[in-house]
Design a protein around this ligand. Structure first.
Ligand code: ADP
Length: 282
């Protein structure tokens, strides 16, 4: 595997009115190309600061950020602007222009980047197809559900042909259906277009299918592994006041009552597969 982003000994200290805040403490991390990389942790753990350091939207106080082998800290502003386009960003607020149609929302960044109007329109229509919203091209954002708005925002970021998309709580404002739609789109773009996805979320279910998950606490990475490895360590997660997926919690409770279930059950189907033989034996 090849890393797309590497952080080495990255620290970030904010000088706030009421003193210093160490948001990141000596973080070393490598994100592999093509991965879906989940980041979980309580509010204030440093997750947003970490992802903002990935493209130097936030400049680390210390350490090095390397994207595709280029050290970002040594680039000129112009070079940095170019490098930044490789990493798209999506936030919990949808970042759409309310006065423009869905199609124009996607064309807009392209036109600013100097793409010809007809070319921009063609690419925007293709992207709308990719996020399964072709029929909404002429609608205005106010006419869309939250999940649809976020998918338009994702299509807008895709227009710049990023290699990696960082999503900072993209589902925080959405209902369960909207959340599912957005996560499905993230997986689809990862699978079909090979885009590396870095996903911050408070919903543990949303990282169950990630390739790798890190847990952040107080500026540190305190856990790092596959979802199965991470959610096998329920006691430890609870010490960090973290949740686990509902089905993992249920399996863990059953284990504590003496039902011999394996660790790290992440899906309902896994729980059923493990439970049914036990129930049949009794
Ligand atoms: P998370 O995304 O995990 O909620 P953040 O990265 O937003 O955490 O914040 C980490 C810590 O850094 C928090 O204590 C937060 O208050 C502080 N922080 C973040 N941004 C700033 C800023 N611009 N100025 C001062 N403190 C900040």
């Amino acid at each position: 595997m090849e890393p797309i982003i590497e952080l080495t000994h990255v620290s970030k200290t904010f000088h706030a009115q009421n003193g210093e805040v160490e948001a990141l403490r000596d973080i070393s991390l490598s994100i592999e190309k093509g991965d879906i990389f989940g980041i979980i942790g309580l509010s204030g753990a440093g997750k947003s600061t970490l992802v903002r350091c990935l493209n130097l939207l936030e400049k680390p106080t210390d350490g090095e950020v390397v994207v595709n082998g280029n050290s970002l800290m040594s680039l000129s502003n112009k070079q940095l602007r170019k490098e930044r386009q490789r990493i798209g960003m999506i936030f919990q607020h949808f970042n759409l222009l309310m006065q423009r149609t869905v199609l124009d929302n996607i064309c807009f960044p392209l036109e600013i980047a100097g793409v010809k109007k007809s070319e921009a329109r063609k690419r925007a229509l293709e992207l709308l197809e990719v996020v399964d919203l072709s029929e909404k091209a002429k609608a205005y954002p106010a006419q869309l559900s939250g999940g649809q708005k976020q998918r338009v925002a994702i299509a807008g970021v895709m227009a710049m042909k990023p290699e990696c998309i960082v999503l900072d709580e993209p589902t925080a404002m959405l209902d369960p259906n909207g959340r599912k739609e957005v996560i499905r789109t993230v997986h689809e773009l990862n699978r079909v277009e090979g885009i590396t996805m870095v996903l911050i979320t408070h919903y543990m279910e949303e990282v169950v299918d990630a390739d790798r998950v890190i847990v952040m606490d107080d500026g540190h990475i305190v856990m790092d592994g596959t979802p199965k490895e991470i959610f096998s360590r329920v006691e430890e997660l609870k010490q960090y006041r973290m949740d686990v997926p509902q089905v993992t919690e249920l399996a863990w409770e059953l284990q504590k009552k003496g039902i011999p279930l394996p660790d790290g059950i992440l899906r309902k189907s896994e729980l059923l597969d493990a439970l049914v033989p036990i129930l049949k034996e009794e």
